[in-house]
Design a protein around this ligand. Structure first.
Ligand code: PGA
Length: 263
């Protein structure tokens, strides 16, 4: 039975793993496994490292795979003296349609601020790509009872980069920092609570369009917990790190989400 009219999205964040040769192998393996699955009801995306995008684009294009191509980060600027950065237009030329914005690893290791997240979100939307805006509290913030405050702050700041009327083009990912890469996922109740709070915040600021925005959960998602997580009312898919690096586990996650959405 379909649980909501929002189309679920399962996105694999490969982080800084796999060179382009390994990436080709993985995308081909995924494609083979997904072929045996009726996943029409689910959107699937992969976010390889930037150096892999051209190769993965080639495989997706040649084999017409039903997999969207995503990036892990981009510059808020359109061009110029920003050594090491990549623009939205460059990504668009590689058939990239989604960009992670403000992943906690960017916030933590590269000092990405809420203001940077808003500016990058605006740049991605201007380039007609979909920002996957990542929010989530740290372990310390959670222990201090600040989860809601952090989520409200991060969501409201990111919305500064979303023009009125463009809300439908965003995806939000709730990724509690303490759950990322730890093997300890949020409970389904906590995931629902946080995703519901995020939707409420968007509704308060932008109105009923909040009901059409996809909110993903991310943080140690795996084939065992995927189905239960997405069965929650406000969890519209998953952002998967570690388990997206193997075709078998990623396909198993997609399969669990399909089962929840009635295919
Ligand atoms: P994980 O990473 O699934 O390995 O916890 C999720 C993410 O950081 O997007």
């Amino acid at each position: 039975m379909a649980k909501s009219t929002r189309r679920p999205l399962v996105a694999g964040n490969w982080k800084m793993n796999l060179d382009h040769v390994e990436a080709i192998r993985l995308i081909q393996d995924m494609a083979l496994r997904l072929r045996n699955l009726d996943h029409r009801a689910v959107d699937i995306a992969v976010h390889p490292p930037a150096t892999d995008l051209r190769s993965v684009e080639g495989i997706i294009g040649a084999d017409q795979l039903p997999i969207a191509l995503g990036a892990q980060h981009c510059s808020a600027y359109s061009s110029g003296a920003y050594t090491g950065e990549i623009s939205v237009a460059m990504l668009a030329r590689l058939s990239v349609t989604l960009v992670l914005v403000g992943h906690s690893e960017r916030r933590l290791h590269y000092a990405m601020t809420d203001t940077d997240v808003a500016a990058t979100t605006a740049a991605v939307l201007k380039g007609l790509l979909t920002p996957v805006i990542c929010v989530g509290e740290s372990a310390a913030e959670r222990e201090a009872g600040e989860t809601e405050t952090v989520l409200v702050r991060q969501v409201s700041a990111a919305l500064e980069g979303v023009a009125k009327g463009a809300e439908q083009s965003i995806v939000v990912a709730y990724e509690p920092v303490w759950a990322i890469g730890t093997g300890i996922a949020a409970t389904t109740e906590d995931a629902q609570l946080a995703c519901g709070r995020i939707r409420d915040e968007i509704r308060e600021r932008r109105g009923d369009v909040a009901d059409s925005i996809r909110i993903l959960y991310g943080g140690s998602a795996n084939p065992e917990n995927a189905g239960e997580l997405v069965s929650q009312a406000d969890v519209d898919g998953l952002l998967v790190g570690g388990a997206s690096l193997q075709g078998e586990s990623f396909a198993a996650i997609v399969s669990a989400v399909c089962a929840c959405y009635g295919t």
